[in-house]
Design a binder for this molecule. Structure first.
Ligand code: DON
Length: 531
């Protein structure tokens, strides 16, 4: 079964499974195909995290997060008065981190793939060359981002032929991208990091004031990491470690929630949402304080992951009253020890499971394409803290731990996760959603484990989000009954209804019945396909 955010790429991934490829093969094919059909976030110019659990019980994370170029400097996004310049970290060529996707997909393939890599890239290259029918949501997304995308002539040429985005149902051909993909298919992943593609990218960087050099590209490595293993109500949850904040935050939030009986509070009740808000703000305070690239900062991992620490964080919890953010955290976890992203979930018949979240950061990334190469570049540098306390695109604040440094990976929220019950995969999921990714994944897990919802309901149900700063509980518009909102306000929560959205792609495994249930979020236009 494959659950993807876009139907054309989903067909390609399913086809790989049908021809005998495993879940990793299908995931690699999906990763390249979405770079063609879902340019909002599918990419070869960005980065992400893939979590693989193999049928033999082993698991690994491929960290293919972008790195800061060697010329990056801590204050590079500040003006002379030390004010953060958001346009520089989101819409200029300086916004671009060294892309990790090609290295990451290739590393996953090298570890666990079974079909030659070129055969997994070929369908994407063919779709780019032959074109694919443009979904109404892609056409609308392009129109919405017109002002940001049009100034880049290469981007305008691909996505605004004749000055307009392609109409829904019309065929979008991407010749340059097809050429780039074919070259990678023919010469292998190193063709992205040295040779004509790299040269083209570096030339564009020079021309437009970007920082990425040939050495930066040659030096880029995707990294294999041990997944974090979190315990919750008898289940084990696998999730990525830093430089994603996802696994740690999920652990902190689940640890704080576990002593509470959620069923007796009730899904959607003000008592439940109050508990979530209090838990989320405490975890996000720690995110802003302690988390960054583990190669650059010492993260108090053991402290943050311990249930005892979670109990201490919740000492001030009052079921009737919101703790104001300044008093909610960060904690003291000593001792130290050593819109737009996209997610897909794939499970094969042998029991291999892959969850992958990858991104250009913002919708269509920085909006820039290097002449002749055909792929969009990320603006992931915005995920660093430009200055302590200054919010990024997602309103997230951070400090020293996530300051910019050459070669460093920026902190992420991406949380591809696999839940094991009795040692077997039981739920696999992930989503896009910026800062909200981790709280969205949390709520779908709680909907299944605590509230017993079936997977599609668990995915579609309304959700909320709190990230410490701003001190507001953010809910989906129309999803909060007036009495619940009233009860939350009475407890002292400020409520904003600009709402968490996300686009969850999930599979639930029923081991006893040997059945898989796929659920693609009603908020997006993805599909679950299976045999
Ligand atoms: O890595 C991160 O946390 C962000 N760059 C993710 C961005 C995102 O999810 C935008 N999507 N809606």
């Amino acid at each position: 079964m494959v659950v993807l955010p876009e139907p054309e790429a989903a067909k390609i991934a399913l086809d790989v499974l049908r021809r005998g490829g495993n879940a990793v093969d299908a995931a690699v094919a999906a990763g390249f195909a979405l770079a063609v059909t879902y340019p909002q976030a599918g990419n070869i110019g960005g980065g992400g995290f893939m979590l693989v659990r193999r049928a033999d019980g082993s698991s690994f994370v491929v960290d293919y997060r972008e790195t800061a170029p060697s010329g990056a400097r801590r204050d590079m996004f500040l003006d002379p008065n030390r004010n953060a310049l958001e346009s520089l970290s989101t819409s200029s060529w300086l916004a671009c981190g060294v892309p990790g996707t090609v290295a990451g997909l290739a590393l996953a393939h090298e570890r666990a793939g079974s079909v030659p890599l070129r055969r997994l890239i070929a369908p994407a290259a063919d779709l780019a060359a032959g074109g694919f029918p443009v979904h109404a949501r892609l056409s609308a997304a392009l129109e919405e981002e017109r002002d940001r995308l049009m100034p880049n002539s290469a981007t305008a040429a691909v996505f605004f032929p004749g000055g307009k985005p392609p109409a829904p149902g019309s065929i979008l051909v991407q010749d340059d991208l097809a050429r780039t993909l074919r070259r990678i298919a023919r010469d292998g992943p190193s063709a992205f990091y040295a040779g004509p593609i790299a040269d083209g990218l570096v030339a564009a960087m020079r021309k437009h004031g970007g920082l990425i050099t040939s050495e930066d590209l040659a030096r880029y490595r995707a990294v294999i990491r041990e997944p974090l293993r979190l315990a919750y109500r008898g289940c084990t949850i696998l999730a990525p470690p830093p430089p994603s904040a996802g696994g740690i935050l999920l652990a902190e939030m689940l640890n704080m929630i576990e002593p509470h009986d959620l069923r007796s509070l009730g899904a959607g009740s003000s008592a439940y949402l109050h508990l979530l808000a209090e838990v989320m703000k405490r975890a996000y305070a720690d995110r802003a304080t302690f988390l960054g690239d583990p190669e650059f900062v010492r993260i108090p991992l053991r402290g943050l992951l311990s249930p005892d620490y979670a109990r201490r964080l919740m000492r001030g919890f009052d079921p009737e009253k919101a703790t104001p953010s300044p008093q909610a955290g960060p904690g003291d976890p000593a001792p130290y020890d050593s819109e737009e992203t996209t997610h897909f979930t794939i499970a094969d018949a042998s029991g291999n499971v892959v969850v992958n979240t990858y991104t250009l950061n913002d919708t269509f990334g920085s909006g820039a394409i290097a002449d002749g190469l055909g792929f969009l570049l990320n603006n992931q540098m915005d995920d660093f803290s430009a200055r302590p306390g200054t919010p990024n695109l997602y309103g997230l604040v951070g400090g020293e731990a996530n300051a910019i440094a050459p070669g460093k990976r920026m902190l992420s929220s991406m949380t591809p996760a696999i839940v094991l019950r009795n040692g077997r995969p039981f739920l696999a999921l992930g989503t896009r959603g910026g800062a909200r990714i981790t709280t969205i994944v949390l709520q779908v897990i709680l909907n299944v484990i605590d509230f017993g919802m079936e997977i599609q309901e668990a995915v579609n149900s309304p959700r909320c989000h709190h990230q410490w700063i701003p001190d507001a509980l953010s809910c989906e518009s129309g999803a909060l009954p007036a009495d619940v909102a009233g009860n939350l306000r009475r407890r002292g929560h400020e409520i904003d209804i600009t709402g968490p959205r996300g686009d969850v792609q999930a599979i639930q495994m029923d081991a006893a019945a040997g059945r898989l249930r796929g659920a693609s979020d009603a908020r997006g236009y993805g599909v679950a396909l299976g045999d």
